[in-house]
Ligand binder design. Structure first.
Ligand code: PNS
Length: 160
C-alpha cells in the first residue's frame, strides 16, 4: 500500500489544493490529507472547521481521508505509516520555503520522501491568503474555492 500525506494549513482549502490532492490520489493508493494546527499562523478557521471543510471538499475521492495533526510532519507520517509527502509547487517564491522544509524533513525522517506536483497555470497565483483577503473585502472567490468554502467564507465575513 503506497500511502502519501498531503499536508497543509488549509485556511481554507482552495481549488489549487484540491487539484494537488486529486492528482496525488491518482498516483498513490491512499492519500491522507493532513491538516496542521499551525497555531502560530493565527488561522481564520479553527482546526475543526478546516478539517470539516477539507472533508466536504474531498468527499467524492474514494482513496482520500482527512486527519489533523499538531506536531512534526515526520511524526504524523510515522503514525499513519506513510512514506511520502506530496506538496504543490506554484510560483518560484514557493521554492525557497519548500526547499527548507524538505531539507529539514529529510534530516528528521530520512525514510520520508517528498514529491512536488507543479500547479497548472490557472492555479499558479492562487493561495489561501489571497482568497481570505478578497473575501474579507466582499470580493467573489467562488471560482477559486470549493462551494462549501465559498459558503463558509461568506458566513465568516457576514456577506450573506
Ligand atoms: O499550507 P502550509 O501552511 O504551507 O503548510 C505548511 C506545513 C503545515 C506543511 C508545515 O508547516 C509543516 O509541516 N508543519 C508541521 C511542523 C513541522 O514538521 N515542522 C518541521 C518542518 S520544517
Amino acid at each position: 500500500m503506497k500511502r502519501a500525506l498531503v499536508p497543509g494549513t488549509f485556511d481554507p482549502i482552495t481549488a489549487g489544493h484540491l487539484d494537488v490532492i486529486t492528482r496525488a490520489a491518482m498516483i498513490f493508493d491512499e492519500v491522507v490529507v493532513s491538516v496542521a494546527a499551525s497555531k502560530k499562523k493565527g488561522p481564520l478557521f479553527s482546526l475543526e472547521e478546516r478539517v470539516e471543510l477539507v472533508r466536504e471538499a474531498v468527499s467524492d475521492l474514494e482513496n482520500v481521508r482527512v486527519i489533523s495533526f499538531d506536531g512534526l510532519l515526520v511524526d504524523c507520517a510515522r503514525i499513519h505509516d506513510a512514506h511520502a509527502v506530496v506538496k504543490g509547487l506554484r510560483v518560484v517564491t514557493d521554492f525557497e520555503y519548500e526547499f527548507q522544509m524538505t531539507a529539514m524533513n529529510y534530516e528528521l525522517g530520512p525514510n520520508l520522501e517528498t514529491f512536488f506536483i507543479m500547479s497548472p497555470p490557472k492555479y499558479m497565483y492562487l493561495s489561501s491568503s489571497v482568497v481570505r483577503e478578497i473575501s474579507s473585502m466582499g470580493g467573489d472567490v467562488s471560482k477559486f474555492v470549493p462551494p462549501c468554502v465559498d459558503v463558509a467564507l461568506k458566513k465568516r465575513f457576514g456577506l450573506e
